[in-house]
Design a protein around this ligand. Sequence first.
Ligand code: PLP
Ligand code: COI
Length: 351
Amino acid sequence: MKITLTANKKVKPDFSKLGFGKYFTDHMLVMDYKDGAWQEPEIIPYGPFQMDPSTCVLHYGQGIFEGLKAYKDANGKITMFRPYDNFKRMNRSATRLCMPELDVDKVVEALKELVLVDQDWIPTEPGTALYIRPTMIAYDAMLGVHPAHNYKFFIILSPVGSYYASGMKPTKIMVEDKYVRAPLGGTGEAKCMGNYATSLLAGDIANKKGYEQVLWLDAQEKKYIEEVGAMNMFFVFDGVVKTPELVGSILPGITRDSVIKLLKYYGKPVEETRVSLDEIQENIEKGTFNEAFGSGTAAVISPVGTLNIHGEDVIINGGEMGEITSFLYDRLTGIQYGRYEDPFGWIVRVN
Ligand code: PLP
Ligand code: COI
């Protein structure tokens, strides 16, 4: 692979005050699709693209992305968490958006090279990681509404801390009863740009009311829980962990899948099922609504302390992180950071 190193390395930020997605490393990977085929990937200095103002993605949003993380331990060993699964999901998103699929093995190999080139940017402070953002955009300069013939795929890297400003403090989430995220048959299960643009208004209204995120309900009946803007949801009712089943309108999260596998591995009851607002209400009344948490690459395992349902705040587990949430946080991050053995084959070595 052709690698062009930058002559102007940036000054690194304070790795103990990273926040999420604010800093970018010195290099990026780019790969163009033209004449019906992906060209060779290249690593080049991080910098802007030149785009014609008529470029398709700017008008019709034919664009998809992924999110995964790399970690470095005290001995300098670098790993990534489930990268093959991210690129397989990217290919499913590509199919939904009429975009070309990637060669998963080849892209993971190229990504390893990029992570190695910028390995000094992998933070090692507790709770930090190198966030990896693969993206694919339609690149034709042309205003007709049609699947493009040219695409640009790129990967950028960002050293990150926790996704929520409040860190591991349980979040406040508002159930959204006016707007919906994705109907059945829509693009909910694809990681496409438009899903995020259309979620902004509800999120902004919730923020102004003091909530960090909205919890989406199903678009048909507004009765069943779907997910939060950047994470899948889990509820613990009377000791049983329940998560919305994958019906086509929610993102099949890789962290969600890891949580389910961890729970099964440790013999804890877990169900992928429909979770209704009625069931939440019943468990509140019976006093059996034990815990709620979200799962995601950026969010990791994120406890929910307050759920606002139809204007009423429900405080979960006294607003504190629950036992199962904290067990899962420990096990998942333990595997990711190499504190525990990985019996699942999720960890991919980079060096
Ligand atoms: N749901 C949405 C809408 C997301 O954007 C994300 C983040 O990627 C998730 C769920 C969690 O998915 P994953 O665990 O693969 O990061
Ligand atoms: C992720 O967790 O990787 C995401 O993509 C969530 C968000 C930053 C959009």
